[in-house]
Design a protein around this ligand. Structure first.
Ligand SMILES: NC(=O)c1ccc[n+]([C@@H]2O[C@H](COP(=O)([O-])OP(=O)(O)OC[C@H]3O[C@@H](n4cnc5c(N)ncnc54)[C@H](OP(=O)(O)O)[C@@H]3O)[C@@H](O)[C@H]2O)c1
Length: 237
C-alpha cells in the first residue's frame, strides 16, 4: 500500500472520534518481556505512525509512557508536511493519564522537550504540592475523585477542539475507556507469535459489565501480521 492508501484506510468516521491502537501476539499477549516493541514490526509501525499523524491528541497512561520510554511527541518531516497540507498543527498534543502523578517528572523529555505543551490528566483531589511542579510544563485536566474520570477528560479534550483522540493504551487505561463506553475504534495488529502464559492482555483493570459490539472495517495482511480495524458496532442485533 502507498502511504496515501494507508492514510485513507484510517480516515476517521466522525469529527469526534476516539480510537485505540494496540499490538498483540496471536495468543493475546500485550507485552513480551514487559514491552510492546518485540511484538511489533515495520508494517504495524507504519499504521502506528499514520494514526499519530491523524490525531489531534495522543492519550497514554503513565504506565505506558514510562515502560515504553516515551520522549517528546515528534513526527517525521513527511508526516508534519502531511498535517500542514490538512490544515493541522505540525504535531498533535501529548496527554498523559495518571491517578497519582507519583511517577511523572517535569524534567522528563516528554515535557521538557515537547514541541507543543502537553496535557496531564489526573484526579481533582490530589494534593496541590504534587500537581504544582507539572503546571510549569503542562496543562492539567483535573477530573474525578480518587481516580480519573476518563469520560469527563475526553469531553474536556473535545471542548478544547481536539476531536480526533488516539489512545495508545496502555491496558489499564483501555480497560477504563471500555468500561466508560468511550471507544469508537480499535486498531489491533495481531503478530504471528505465541507469547505463552503470564503476559497482560490489551485490556486490564476495571471490568465491564457488558461486552461492546464491534464491526470489522478492514483486515490488512502484511509480513504475516493481521492489521485489523474495528469500529463501534451497531447496538441492533
Ligand atoms: N501491546 C501494546 O500495544 C501496548 C500498548 C501500550 C502499553 N503496553 C504495555 O502495557 C504495559 C503498561 O500497562 P499499564 O496498564 O500499567 O499502562 P497504562 O494503562 O498506560 O498506565 C497505567 C497507569 O495509568 C494510570 N491509571 C490507570 N487507570 C487509571 C484510572 N482508572 N484512573 C486514573 N489513572 C489511571 C495510573 O497511573 P499512576 O501510576 O501514574 O497513578 C496507572 O498506573 C507496559 O508493559 C507497556 O509496554 C502495550
Amino acid at each position: 500500500m502507498t502511504d496515501d492508501e494507508v492514510y485513507a484506510a484510517y480516515a476517521p468516521l466522525a469529527p469526534d472520534w476516539l480510537r485505540v491502537n494496540f499490538v498483540s501476539s496471536a495468543d493475546g499477549a500485550a507485552t513480551l518481556e514487559g514491552l510492546s516493541g518485540p511484538l511489533s514490526g515495520a508494517e504495524d509501525k507504519r499504521v502506528f505512525k499514520v494514526l499519530r499523524a491523524r490525531c489531534d491528541v495522543l492519550v497514554a497512561g503513565s504506565g505506558t509512557v514510562l515502560a515504553e520510554g516515551y520522549g517528546p511527541l515528534v513526527l517525521s518531516p513527511e508526516r508534519m508536511a502531511w498535517r500542514r497540507a490538512q490544515g493541522l498543527p505540525e504535531v498533535p498534543v501529548m496527554a498523559i493519564v495518571s491517578r497519582t502523578l507519583s511517577r511523572l517528572s517535569p524534567r522528563a523529555g516528554i515535557f521538557a522537550e515537547a514541541p507543543r505543551r502537553p496535557i496531564v490528566i489526573c484526579p481533582r483531589d490530589l494534593p496541590e504540592a504534587r500537581i504544582e511542579p507539572l503546571r510549569e510544563v503542562a496543562d492539567i485536566i483535573e477530573t474525578g475523585v480518587g481516580t480519573v474520570n476518563l469520560k469527563g477528560a475526553m469531553g474536556v479534550l473535545r471542548e478544547r477542539g481536539m476531536g480526533q483522540i488516539l489512545c495508545e493504551g496502555g491496558p489499564r487505561v483501555f480497560g477504563e475507556l471500555i468500561a466508560e463506553d468511550q471507544v469508537d475504534e480499535l486498531d489491533l495488529t495481531l503478530s504471528p507469535l505465541l507469547a505463552g502464559a503470564g503476559a497482560v492482555r490489551i485490556a486490564e483493570g476495571r471490568e465491564t459489565a457488558e461486552a461492546r459490539r464491534l464491526e470489522l472495517r478492514h483486515v490488512i495482511e502484511a509480513g504475516g501480521n493481521l492489521i485489523l480495524r474495528y469500529v463501534r458496532g451497531s447496538t441492533d442485533e
